[in-house]
Design a protein around this ligand. Sequence first.
Ligand code: GLA
Length: 739
Amino acid sequence: MTLIRSIPGAVSISGARSISGARAWVVTAGRSCAVLRLDARDRLLSAHWGRELGLEQAAALVGVSVPVTAGAAAPGFGAVGHGGAWPFEEDVEGPLELAVGAAFQFGHAQLAVRFADGTRELELEFVSALIENSDTEDTAELVLSFADRHYPLAVESRYRVRSGSPVIERRLVLRHTGSAGEEIISILRADSASWTLPPLADYRLSQVRGRWAAETRLHRSSPPFGETLLTSRRGITGHHANPWVMVDDGTAGATHGQVFGCALAWSGSWQITVERTSADRTVVAAGFGPDGAVWPLAPGEVLTTPVSAGIWTDGGFDAASQAWHAYVLDHVLPHAEELRPVVYNSWEATGFDVSLEGQLALARQAAGIGVELFVMDDGWFGSRTSDRTGLGDWWPNPDRFPDGLAPLVKGVRELGMDFGLWVEPEMVNPDSDLYREHPDWVLHQPFRQRSEHRNQLVLNLARPDVAEWVHEWLDRLVAENDIGFLKWDMNRPFTEVGWPEAGNGGGDLVWRRYVENLYALLDKLRAGHPSLRIESCSGGGGRLDAGMLARVDQVWTSDNTDALDRLAIQEGFAQVYPARVMSAWVTDSPNPHTGRRMPLEFRFHVAMSGVLGIGGDLAEWSEEELVTAREMVAAYKRIRPVVQHGVRYTHGNASGDLSGAEYVAADRSEAVVFVYRRERRFAQMERPVVLRGVDAGGRYRDVGSGIVHHGAVLLSRGLPMALGGGDPVSTMVHLVREG
Ligand code: GLA
């Protein structure tokens, strides 16, 4: 059971204020906890984040601080300096749990505001602590409330935990408490959380980097002293970075070591600031909005930041990833219990060249190999015969589909498959009826050019009329055509970010409103069509984050479908996000992106470690290839529950010669092991793969060979490998427990 408890001896947590003594709380999540306390100046400090502490231990930890007087040090925390005795050593650094950049806080300010008279200094007084326990949802939330001493601003720092989950969810809630007519408060920065790490022997940062067709590639490095900014200024989560980090002391491995992680649930521009102070403490702040955007808060208005989730484990990177996967599956994703179907997508086969006959021919082939969901990609609407025209005109192309989509949908359904469609609702080609009618609907600034990318502009979804229009046509399209699945694409970053009709602040506000309206739109569409499922795509994996995952069912991982490149992309993806949301297609050889030839089985084995799809031109596949495909799809359906819902263990790393993934059912009744050999060097021998998730006491039958393995042997000597010749090469072993 996960609980928030107040430390015995601490003051009453309801409505307490300015009472001397330890004012402290412990937030427990699974085997981890955070201990927070207030100092005499009502600054919220982090006393601990890491291994779970009992109440007594946490109290002792907080008790070690001497009674704090204004400006005095809190030994053990390095909280404040030396009463001014040592010039330049009075900085408040490291343990601030709510960093507002007030006096002597020279580090990154999680919260920064400007009042109407120009004052920027925040002087927060503690108001109350409230613990809200929800029995129905098994959640508990600690709400620490502060108010500025003079100005009408209330600030809440919220911590939410759930029974059985090691994740702490944090966010800020800002409220203008003045009455109508009072001046607005400008919010200059509102990060959801500052996560203070304990002193470690060293710090190492894990992140993913990327670009289009090369997303989510894992990178570990020692952060420099100073501030490292991971960010997206593109209006979307972005291909170049993803809003999470993990930090360890440089020695953690797949199976051992403390790992601290934090992620942000936001699908627009964002920032994660990793601050390593010169005294060698590390704080990670995560928040929404690009640098420089100023958000006005009017009297009565409330600004709630997105959730920043944090985890701690001492079980190494696998345990950290497993914790993230469980969090996404149990608490973020809608309908996570469902198994995702095998998809066929026509994009790589046909490009924009879609027709009723062509799609039906592909659908017949797809059904023949066991596909369950047929998706027609781009090129079906308006005058969209290339990427130059038609985006925004969301009716079936009258030349290509003179009778609408009905004949195709009917044909696909008669083949026993569900029907899905590609849409890109947030975009417009200037060469479209929509743009000719509503040139003011796009993001733009007066007297500035409108930079096109892929010949398109971004619709300003922050405008209520635009958001309403998008919902209206999507709602109709889905209802009229019995559409079960949308691939929701977003193919360019924001530029000339402006909203002139909203006045002076519109260009700043749009960064936030756009995403809020996107979320509202997805929520409303899903509510109106409960069986509709959605894939998030943004030129591949450009919009992958926990905010999006709360309202979509899967994510298109990358436009790069080269199986060898995918190993690296999928490795980074899997650090935080589960296989259940990782769309992966088998496409043609040579691969259209890289020109590389790879065996069909290898391509399947890579795609089968996520949500399997087929994206090749099936009309060109030989009879032999189609037979193999049918067998592989059937095999995937057997292993799918273990891959999509199981616990993942990583073997090797994707850039090494040999790598793999092991998925184990929660009850350890089954395991699926993928092994990939990129390159065989010096005739190296294949070593057995030492499994990590099976039950030592169990006996497991290899479904392929019939050989029975003892769990204890698999966990010590390993699973023997015989990959054979040729590179790249792979194998997939499905183990079922017999006893
Ligand atoms: C983006 C997507 C692709 C495809 C095209 C269609 O690039 O990532 O999968 O849907 O758009 O234009």
